[in-house]
Write a protein that binds this ligand. Structure first.
Ligand code: GAR
Length: 191
């Protein structure tokens, strides 16, 4: 049977992308076809190379282009796109071509602390400023509006009174590394 083909989009450190690549490395039903990064010097670039995964570097103009990403994913026969710390808005043309086939991870319990400008440390700073008692992660489908597509799964973690942004980021990363890949697997294989 043909494996389900995944494209991973990432812009930064790529710790989630790396975890996903390792998780599916010898999987019988899922194949990571390529990693796409819009940042040529991001750590994910070296990680993808050392993990032996095909790498595509593009620029922000190509990301915004109506047809570049659609043509690329079509030409590689991609079934699902996973955003693992990809910090550009996905063009509507790609969302229309892949309805409920683009999955994002967001470092908060959506709908709290989502939307434009809410990414990485900015999310954790806002969580601390709001005196939240817990935070977490949301794994969700991508729709035309930032961080508002259907939620697939959420996982939470308590916040201690003296937690710094870095401490929260670490807790959130641990949740992400534990849950993102198995959640993708369950969702796309209908397990
Ligand atoms: C992750 O925490 C992810 O949730 C967040 O960027 C980080 C990337 O880390 N994504 C967003 O904020 C999207 N709005 P990584 O590069 O180490 O995987």
């Amino acid at each position: 049977m043909k494996p389900i083909k995944i494209a991973l989009f990432a812009s930064g450190t790529g710790s989630n992308a790396e975890t996903i690549i390792r998780y599916f490395e010898h999987h019988s039903a899922v194949e990571i076809v390529f990693v796409l990064s819009n940042k040529s010097h991001a750590p994910i670039v070296e990680k993808a190379k050392s993990l032996g995964v095909s790498l595509i570097i593009c620029n922000n103009q190509q990301v915004e282009d109506e047809s570049y990403l659609v043509n690329l994913c079509k030409s590689q026969d991609i079934d699902y796109i996973i955003l693992a710390g990809f910090l550009r808005k996905i063009p509507d043309t790609l969302i229309a071509f892949y309805p409920e086939k683009i999955i994002n991870i967001h470092p908060s319990l959506l709908p709290k602390f989502g939307g434009a400008g809410m990414y990485g440390k900015f999310v954790h700073e806002a969580v601390i400023a709001a005196h939240e008692k817990e935070t977490g992660i949301s794994i969700h489908y991508v729709s035309e509006e930032f961080d508002s597509g259907r939620i697939i799964a959420q996982f939470s973690v308590p916040i201690q009174i003296d937690d710094t942004v870095e401490a929260i980021q670490e807790k959130v990363h641990q949740l992400e590394h534990q849950h993102f890949a198995p959640t993708i697997e369950r969702e796309i294989l209908d397990m």
